[in-house]
Design a protein. Structure first.
Length: 566
């Protein structure tokens, strides 16, 4: 998501300033998308050499995105600020609605000493944390598809608000503004009480606490049966499928959690977190050698003024095993809950939305999963791994006709079984981040789709010199928030800008698109996915707004031809 988000920032700034991206920039984005498409093409996993190519593609894609994101932010800031004067921070919001949220950005260019971060509009201070060359803070509301300027005011000593949390050492409990979080020496969080909704989000009917790293190795026979189910019960296609060292005559191992854990709190004025670290069980491999992860560290973080719970699971001191699978364990409360799964361009209602033959026990999710109870639910966003098992570890399970009896989720961190996923090819420390967001049942999806945009396309910040003419401004707005701006970029084979919208609503709706940079006479052309005009046009009114009719879960591609492009 970082790549299209950077492209939206660059395109919005260009539209507002009238200076478009160069052909070199456009070619760089094409190369970035090419790397992405090659990486996600899973059928190329055909041996160690190919898997190493996959790792190289991932690193190249990350470097390309880092560079383009940095360039986009510099170009956008340069179009807004004079480049001379005091230092400030500009925040960019690529969502079609106003929002705040967590910002993480580098501190290069900021004063080396203390400073206050001031919202130029409200004149209120924004608390921040600075460490290891970065700052992080909870941004105030940034206008829809626009920017917000924060002043940087050097001071001898900045004001720090009091801590919003306290720690009970005897009970291993963090008391926060909205939550009470209790931890366990078994290796995770055992209680999550939501005061605002009178809910207990951790299930008490499971063996392990939330955030535990679990490891399992399936018996050879079970793995062969799984392979046959996946391959359409075609026995000849799986002959010799799982032979070789560490695979012949393997017995079931796990899933098992870690050993006794240390629990360490870190309480601060902006961020409070609890770090749980434990040794991992070591499997005795048939070869006499085990490459399994030696330790794991689960970090639970809450931020002042924000209800999101951030969980980071780090695998330390070793390499994920070449056999078996590792999981992040998230036992969410709920007996026979309503389960909603965010798939690409569609929200699916649990086991009801799939054809028979699809393995609903282990699914790839686009951005998140909602576990909903009678009055409220939790939106679960796995940022670094898309494969989720439901009710039981999923890497070696096949079930195409099940109802989800509970809200217990297993996030697959790695999978060494051949034919079941890309085997891990990295040693050293690996980390995976998850965001859990409790919400009410006010919207039909509990805000799952909207939250996915906010989590995967966070507010971006950059340091600037000089102050924009306006402290904040919306450059694009999309209503309602069930309609998302998926992409905005220069057209591939025509003059103008392409905007791609997606509706998360299961019912038809009319979206209102406001384009403050549009001029009188500008027209929106409805296109197919290849950006070819269909002949249908949408007028832009005097308020620079257009109404777009959308079918349930429809993707609409629009070409904006301005009076400058014809």
């Amino acid at each position: 998501d970082r790549l299209p988000a950077a492209e939206i920032v660059r395109t919005l700034a260009a539209a507002a300033s009238g200076v478009g991206p160069s052909s070199r920039e456009r070619d760089a984005y094409r190369r970035g998308y090419e790397l992405l498409s090659r990486y996600v093409e899973h059928t190329t996993d055909a041996g160690p050499g190919r898997r190493q190519d996959k790792v190289a593609l991932a690193h190249r894609g990350r470097r390309t995105t880092d560079r383009l994101e940095s360039q986009a932010l510099r170009a956008a800031a340069g179009a807004l600020a004079a480049g001379r004067g005091d230092v400030g921070v500009v925040l960019f919001n690529v969502a079609g609605w106003p929002r705040g949220g967590l910002v993480r950005m580098g501190d290069a260019g900021l004063p080396t000493g203390d400073f206050e971060l001031i919202d130029a509009g409200t004149r209120s201070a924004v608390p921040y944390l600075r460490e290891a060359g970065r700052i992080e803070f909870i941004a105030p509301a940034v206008p829809a598809g626009g920017y917000l300027y924060l002043e940087v005011k050097p001071v001898g000593r900045r004001h720090q608000p009091g801590s919003p949390a306290d720690w009970n050492e005897r009970q291993f409990t963090l008391h926060f503004e909205s939550y009470s979080l209790q931890f366990h020496a078994a290796g995770g969080m055992c209680r999550w009480h939501d005061r605002a909704r009178s809910m207990q989000w951790c299930s008490n009917e499971v063996e392990f606490p939330m955030g535990t790293y679990l490891y399992e190795v399936p018996a050879s026979r079970r793995l062969r049966e799984f392979a046959r189910r996946v391959r359409g019960n075609c026995a000849e296609a799986t002959a010799g499928f799982l032979s070789g060292p560490d695979r012949d005559e393997v017995t079931d191992f796990g899933p098992v959690g870690g050993g006794p854990a240390t629990v360490v709190p870190e309480i601060g004025p902006l961020r409070s977190r609890v770090i749980v670290e434990a040794a991992c069980p070591q499997r005795e491999a048939p070869s006499g050698r085990s490459d399994d992860v030696h330790r794991y560290r689960s970090t639970f973080t809450v931020y002042r003024g924000c209800r999101d719970l951030h969980v980071r699971i780090a695998l330390l001191s070793g390499q994920p095993a070449t056999v078996g699978a590792g999981y992040g364990f998230f036992p969410l409360y709920g007996s026979e809950p309503w389960v909603l799964i965010d798939r690409i361009a569609h929200l699916v209602q649990g086991g009801h939305g799939f054809l028979r033959g699809v393995n609903t026990a282990h699914l790839a999710v686009h951005r998140g999963v909602r576990i909903e109870c009678q009055h409220a639910g939790v939106n679960f966003y796995p940022l670094d791994t898309p494969m989720i098992g439901f009710s039981a570890p999923g890497a070696y399970r096949f079930d195409d006709a099940r109802e989800y009896a509970n809200g217990v989720l297993y996030a697959t961190l790695f999978n060494g079984g051949r034919g079941t996923g890309l085997a891990p090819q990295q040693s050293g420390d690996l980390s995976y981040e998850f965001i859990l967001r409790p919400t009410g049942n006010d919207d039909w999806d509990g805000g799952l789709a909207r939250g996915g945009i906010e989590v995967f396309r966070p507010i971006l910040g950059t340091v600037v010199r000089g102050r924009p003419a306006e402290a904040s401004r919306s450059l694009l707005r999309v209503e309602p928030d069930l309609v998302h701006l998926v992409a905005m970029k220069p057209a591939e084979s025509d003059e103008g800008l392409v905007l791609r919208l997606w509706s998360a609503d299961p019912d038809p709706l009319t979206a209102r698109l406001t384009l403050p940079f549009a001029r009188r006479g500008d027209v929106l052309h409805v296109c197919d996915l290849l950006e070819r005009p269909t002949g249908r046009r949408i007028a832009i009114d005097r308020q620079a707004a257009a109404e777009v009719s959308m079918k349930p879960h429809q993707i609409v591609t629009l070409l904006l031809k301005t009076t400058r492009t014809g």
